[in-house]
Design a protein around this ligand. Structure first.
Ligand code: ATP
Length: 490
């Protein structure tokens, strides 16, 4: 399947060293030397290789070596790949449209420069709206100012998405803190109580930092295995913010919690809330104009004049269609560039962006879909099938459930009640793939949820059909069941 980014020739060449060599290739005659050298080696090869060459020319296909050399000869289009890397912290002059948030976060965290503890922060808003970027940019600047002043300032960043328990999360903080301080961790990763990990964390913090900011990205994903009333993120916030407020440590500690889930704070227990009490900073969606501005400030990632005029407006428009996600806009521009390079085109054009849109969407859907259970896949498939056929592009939960019943019957799978189906669909909203609103048919009839998709329902269906059980069900039959159900909606 052509969804793995590592298949890009650009990724294969990978490092900036390769980028430099492609710069040289643009102007120098070095390549002919390489070709000549290779040719003479080829000439002394055995008859077998001659036979291969004959075969190649007869079939018209290229040998591997010819293809490699052709790629080597090809001019790259991307000059500065890091500018298209979502984890790279760009310079301040490339940050666009976030003046308010930049000011707010700076004003609050700059307290670290004096002899005070900065407040805790809660940054919330959809993914790709600059929450991590702004935090990292401000912390980087504080750190630069602190250095000559002999203030030992540190930033410990963790993404909680892949941390499944509190113990794992605390160990991750320990190891990041040790890295930042340049010291050894003195507690084992496994087989000790979480309390010992906390003690080690605070030992490292106390001995090595005057002021420390913990940045907890995607914090709401750290649910843990215990009861849902007291999720792991709530316990993490409690311990960290209490350590910050208690005055037991010499270090000034501040916690920046980042989440896509605006309601996350509602799940933070009262105990944690009493010490966490953050200042909220909201990050809204970008519109297409802001996304264009963000992309224009990075267009020097490409060589001069290799981007067609409509590339940036189209990538921005595609990204604005979902929810104004800058990561997606940047991804689209990068993938479009890589596709053009791979195809040996001299410029990046609109068609590359459209192809990139398809690929980026599929990658995102795949990422989500790979990890979910068959039952969730069936719920998602049924709902996306309704959205794909309906005029509004949305799906009612009541209709989706009927289609789900048809699917589970067809493949003889267990069948959830409607309430569980709805809950499974709600759980899928955390991936920004689907969203919902509560609606009703009218004052006298019942409520239902209406699901809207962040990615095209057709892409979701196509990806889900890669599951052999779902593939067994005829697409035509599903479509006719969906149409019949939509007609019944009234
Ligand atoms: N205002 C901006 N100006 C320039 N680049 C931006 C801006 N906002 C976001 N970006 C870029 O978009 C990408 C995603 O941004 P970031 O990681 O900050 O998003 P986020 O809100 O933290 O999202 P998530 O919740 O998914 O982590 C990064 O490459 C970042 O550099």
């Amino acid at each position: 399947m052509d969804t793995d980014d590592s298949e890009h020739p650009a990724d294969r060449s990978g490092s900036s060293d390769d980028d430099e060599s492609s710069t040289e290739d643009r102007s120098s005659g070095d390549l002919s030397t390489v070709n000549e050298g290779t040719q003479s080696t080829l000439d002394t090869e055995s008859d077998a290789s001659e036979a291969d060459t004959t075969l190649d020319s007869e079939s018209g296909s290229q040998s591997i070596e010819e293809m490699l050399l052709e790629f080597d000869e090809q001019e790259g289009l991307i000059r500065e790949r890091t500018l298209l890397d979502p984890n790279y912290v760009v310079e301040e002059d490339r940050i666009v449209g976030r003046d308010d948030q930049l000011q707010e976060v700076t004003k609050m965290l700059r307290v670290a420069l004096g002899d005070n503890r900065p407040p805790n922060l809660f940054l919330y808003g959809p993914s790709g709206t600059g929450k991590s970027l702004i935090t990292k940019a401000v912390c980087k600047n504080i750190s630069q100012i602190c250095e000559p002043r002999d203030i030992r300032f540190g930033t410990i960043e963790v993404n909680c998405q892949d941390l499944d328990t509190l113990g794992v999360a605390v160990y991750e903080l320990v190891s990041r803190a040790a890295d930042e301080a340049g010291v050894e961790v003195q507690v084992p990763k496994h087989g000790v109580a979480t309390k010992e990990k906390w003690d080690e964390l605070f030992r490292i913090v106390d001995e090595n930092f005057d002021s420390l900011v913990f940045v907890l990205d995607e914090l709401d994903m750290l649910v843990g295995r215990r009861d849902k009333q007291d999720p792991a993120f709530s316990r993490l916030l409690y311990q960290l913010s209490r350590a910050g407020a208690d005055g037991e440590l010499e270090t000034f500690i501040s916690v920046v919690a980042i989440s896509n889930d605006t309601k996350m704070m509602e799940s933070v227990g009262s105990r944690a809330l009493s010490s966490f009490t953050p200042e909220d900073v909201h990050f809204g969606d970008y519109d297409a104009n802001q996304l264009q501005a963000i992309l224009r400030r990075r267009q020097d990632a490409f060589y001069d004049d290799v981007l067609d005029d409509d590339v940036i407006p189209l990538a921005a428009a595609f990204a604005a269609q979902t929810h104004g996600d800058a990561r997606k806009a940047i991804d689209l521009m990068r993938v479009a560039g890589e596709l053009a390079e791979r195809e040996g085109d001299p410029r990046v054009n609109e068609a590359h962006v459209r192809e990139a849109q398809d690929k980026v969407e599929k990658n995102r859907v795949l990422e989500v879909v790979r990890g979910i259970s068959t039952q969730k896949k069936l719920c998602l498939y049924a709902t996306a099938a309704v959205a794909a056929e309906s005029n509004s592009g949305a799906a009612r939960s009541t209709t989706g459930y009927k289609v789900y019943q048809f699917l589970t019957d067809s493949i003889d799978a267990d069948q959830y009640h409607q309430e569980t189906y709805v809950n499974k669909m709600k759980e899928l909203t955390t991936y920004s793939l689907v969203d919902f609103e509560r609606r009703s048919h009218g004052p006298s009839s019942g409520m239902f949820l209406e699901f809207q998709f962040g990615e095209s329902p057709a892409t979701i269906l196509e990806t889900l059909r890669e599951d052999s059980r779902i593939e067994m069900v005829s697409q035509d039959e599903v479509a006719s069941v969906v149409q019949a159900q939509i007609r019944n909606e009234g």
